[in-house]
Design a binder for this molecule. Structure first.
Ligand SMILES: [Mg+2]
Ligand SMILES: [Zn+2]
Length: 188
């Protein structure tokens, strides 16, 4: 996350508020039609794909535990996400979801369970050359607990909050631009 640091190889991305427009507090994206990509998000993922980086989605979806949507609804939303990304030449390497209620699992961010599951599935993920990017401090804390670098996305007009993130950026495309540029820093 600093100049001269090893190239970032794995990008863990939050979903709501990072890739797509966040629903209001307490609401969930329950069907494919409600999923709208944020400007520049698909382009950012495409840049990562083109650069040979691994892109792993890690998302809390408590609406499943609350009975507001089913696993099938969630799968349909993620199929729509894949379709929208594909329309921009972009793709996710893997998707990890916490469908649980608060306090009932080890995977709901800010806990690191989703990232750890990915690290078990992809044995070559090294937290030292990974980053977690999201729009909530819980994303930052999950990354930190898993040993990755962290970026908090904070658009203009959002109140500044205290964060332990390594980096703050306005949106995903800006964050990706910064990380891909800084990882070229060691080159002649
Ligand atoms: Mg979010
Ligand atoms: Zn969970």
């Amino acid at each position: 996350m600093k100049a001269g640091q090893a190239e970032v190889r794995t990008f863990f991305l939050d979903r709501d508020g990072t890739l797509n427009v966040k629903p209001p507090d307490g609401r969930y994206i329950r069907c494919p039609a409600e999923l709208v990509l944020l400007p520049g998000a698909a382009e950012a993922v495409r840049e990562l794909n083109a650069g040979g980086r691994r892109v792993v989605l890690v998302t809390n979806q408590r609406g499943v535990a609350r009975g507001l949507m089913t696993s099938a609804d969630l799968a349909a939303v993620h199929a729509r996400l894949a379709t929208l990304l594909r329309g921009h030449g972009a793709f996710l390497d893997a998707v990890y979801v916490c469908p649980h209620e608060v306090g009932e699992c080890g995977c709901r961010k800010p806990l690191p369970g989703l990232l750890k599951a990915a690290m078990r599935d992809f044995r070559d993920i090294d937290p030292a050359d990974s980053v977690m990017i999201g729009d909530s401090e819980s994303d930052v804390l999950a990354g930190r607990a898993a040993g990755t670098g962290t970026v908090l996305l904070q658009g203009p007009g959002k109140p500044r909050e205290n964060t332990v993130a390594d980096l703050v950026a306005a949106d995903l495309r800006t964050a990706v631009g910064l990380l891909l540029t800084s990882s070229k820093g060691g080159r002649a």
